[in-house]
Ligand binder design. Structure first.
Ligand code: ADE
Ligand code: ZN
Length: 360
């Protein structure tokens, strides 16, 4: 117990960066209820209290998760709503000592798919208001990844695909570059949604200086990660854990130092692995891949970034030195501007030099 307390304190005090967390998936249950009240949409939720919402967050499969996710996304209706959830993302960073977060937002779902009369101007203004307020109040750095929902580009009946969601998302990301957008992503269900309709947009994103950070190797296997590398020019891979199924792919990821944004508890909740003990995290790490620890959609998986670090320590036997080494990977792989990145790394290294003197 004493050790557990020491571990919790160490993880809390460690300056952290998080590269894979979804803004809409990070809304706390109390705020989900508040948004539903604001917009008189309580009837779209299956429960009116926190316990009921937590019971709702039990996912039978990946598509069930996406259904719940869409209900939550539909509750965000105004620029003020975006400002609130962005600010709360920053408040949570302060509570956990997360110094930098690259949070994914899916603007196309709000502006087009859900048909709720939101514009990209509403979204960008709200995000910027919340981000700046969090920076002023807590000193935390937030950057955005705008991602495209991949399943919305496919019609299952006839394999028809549509480049519009990707192109629209890219247009939004380019507009947001002066307000913290640093990356271009691809989310949703990989199965039945190969990468080629998105290749053109990813190529243009890269040319414009955005990081290319698609999800791959989560629901689908190694072939999806190959697609992310070869067709989407991925700079990092969202998840990527199923690369473990292909030694040749592991060698390429290692040689090219492509970071993996690993989300251990998410992978259990969405049935990628049966238990943390079966998770490939320590193998990927031991093989020399640049692994990072992330929480994906923390309240939906009843977790926090700190709990993710504690979980890998408890399950895989990592001590302080390993945790710090892994945590540092996220700072080195982040998409912040060079001066910010250099400052964050220097702060981390100063903390580590002092904190690592005593063994766990
Ligand atoms: N959107 C939110 N969470 C996601 C995940 N784990 N995989 C793909 N898309 C997502
Ligand atoms: Zn994700």
């Amino acid at each position: 117990m004493e050790n557990q307390n020491m571990l919790s304190r160490f993880v809390h005090d460690m300056p952290k960066a998080e590269l894979h967390v979804h803004l809409e998936g990070a809304i706390q249950p109390g705020t989900v209820l508040e948004l539903a009240r604001r917009h008189n949409m309580q009837d779209t939720l299956p429960a009116g209290d926190l316990e009921g919402l937590k019971r709702w967050y039990a996912f039978t499969d990946f598509d069930h998760f996406l259904e719940v996710y869409l209900v939550i996304q539909d509750l965000i209706r105004t620029s003020e709503d975006f400002a609130l959830i962005a600010y709360e993302l920053g408040a949570d960073m302060a509570a956990q000592n997360i110094r930098y977060r690259e949070a994914t937002v899916t603007p196309f779902t709000h502006t087009d798919y859900l048909q709720k009369n939101m514009t990209i101007t509403d979204i960008l203004e709200g995000l910027e208001t919340g981000r700046q307020r969090a920076k002023e109040e807590f000193g935390v750095e937030i950057r955005w990844v705008f991602d495209c929902p991949r399943q919305l580009s496919f019609r299952n009946e006839d394999q028809h695909y549509d480049r519009y969601p990707a192109e629209r998302t890219l247009e939004y990301a380019l507009l947001g570059r002066d307000r913290g957008v640093v990356g271009f992503g691809l989310g949703g269900n990989e199965v039945g949604a190969p990468p080629h309709p998105f290749a053109h947009a990813f190529s243009a994103a890269k040319e414009a200086g955005l990081l290319c950070v698609p999800h791959a190797g989560e629901v689908d296997g190694a072939v999806s990660v190959w697609g992310a590398l070869n067709e989407l020019q991925a700079d990092r891979i969202g998840h990527g854990v199923r690369a473990i199924e292909d030694p040749e792919l592991l060698a390429v990821l290692k040689a090219r130092r492509i970071p993996l944004e690993v989300n251990p508890t998410s992978n259990i909740c969405l049935h990628v692995y049966r238990s943390l003990g079966e998770h490939p995290f320590p193998h990927l790490d031991r093989m020399g891949l640049l692994v990072t620890v992330n929480s994906d959609d923390p309240p939906l998986f009843n977790t926090t970034l700190s709990q993710e670090y504690e979980a890998i320590a408890n399950t895989f036997g990592y001590g302080k030195k390993d945790l710090a080494r892994i945590a540092r990977n996220a700072f080195t792989a982040c998409g912040a501007e060079e001066p910010v990145k250099t400052r964050l790394l220097a702060e981390f290294d100063t903390w580590a030099a002092e904190a690592l003197e005593t063994p766990l």
